[in-house]
Write a protein that binds this ligand. Structure first.
Ligand code: 5GP
Length: 212
């Protein structure tokens, strides 16, 4: 039995190489009640398929730098050495105010910063079943040049090599349905942790009255 109101909501980080299917798995987490997404700020140009405020809030370099200078980010990083991405602190405030678990889809650099600031946060890394399958998925998206695909594969290798340092769980995405159930199971099990439910247990015991 979980009550969800007595301890701070969970902060759940999801990372993985591009092509690992992490965005779809994040959606599976957000299907669970009492969850909310973090909407990142980025200086990357908007793709034609994206609307502002849904996946990202698109901002200029100057706007991003001003937010960073004002200390308004939980974490931020330059991803692929190019565009800046950051998690506004306001989502953490909103998660605590409303008691909903916060789901962050961020890269490995961002995960390291969040783990440093919030050691109780939980990080999940999404792995592709094989290098060949990752390459096949990147090609089938049809959005990247040969050079970009090679860069993403090289980066995937670096991320997979580094992931053991910060990540508590890993999920192999060989089957989206099963992997979706796995990420949901991680969140549901975390909610049932004894340490998160002590307040409830104390109140339950108190309701029994003193031992006679
Ligand atoms: P894309 O531009 O393809 O949407 O995302 C590129 C990478 O940036 C992905 O690995 C994604 O997880 C990461 N990313 C998205 N938002 C953030 C953020 O707020 N902070 C950090 N550090 N990385 C992010």
């Amino acid at each position: 039995m979980t009550t969800g109101t007595e301890v701070s909501p969970l902060v759940l980080i999801v990372s993985g190489p591009s092509g690992s299917g992490k965005s779809t798995l994040v959606q599976r987490l957000l299907e669970l009640p009492r969850t909310m997404p973090s909407v990142s700020r980025t200086t990357r140009p908007r793709r034609t398929t994206e609307s502002s405020g849904k996946c990202y809030d698109f901002v200029t370099e100057a706007e991003f730098d001003a937010m960073a200078a004002r200390g308004e980010f939980l974490e931020y990083a330059r991803v692929f050495g190019k565009h800046a991405y950051g998690t506004p602190l306001k989502w953490l405030d909103e998660s605590r105010r409303t008691g909903r678990d916060l789901v962050l889809e961020i890269d490995v650099q961002g995960a390291a910063q969040v783990k440093e600031k919030l050691p109780e946060s939980v990080a999940i890394f999404i792995l592709p079943p094989s290098r060949e399958e990752l390459e096949r998925r990147l090609r089938s998206r049809g959005q990247d040049s040969e050079e970009e695909i090679a860069r993403r594969l090289a980066r995937a290798r670096d991320e997979i090599q580094a992931f053991g340092k910060y990540y508590d769980y890993c999920v192999v995405n060989d089957d989206m349905e099963r992997a979706g159930r796995d990420v949901q199971a991680i969140l549901l099990a975390l909610r049932c942790a004894s340490a998160r439910n002590r307040g409830f247990v104390e109140r339950l015991l108190a309701s029994f009255g003193r031992k006679t």
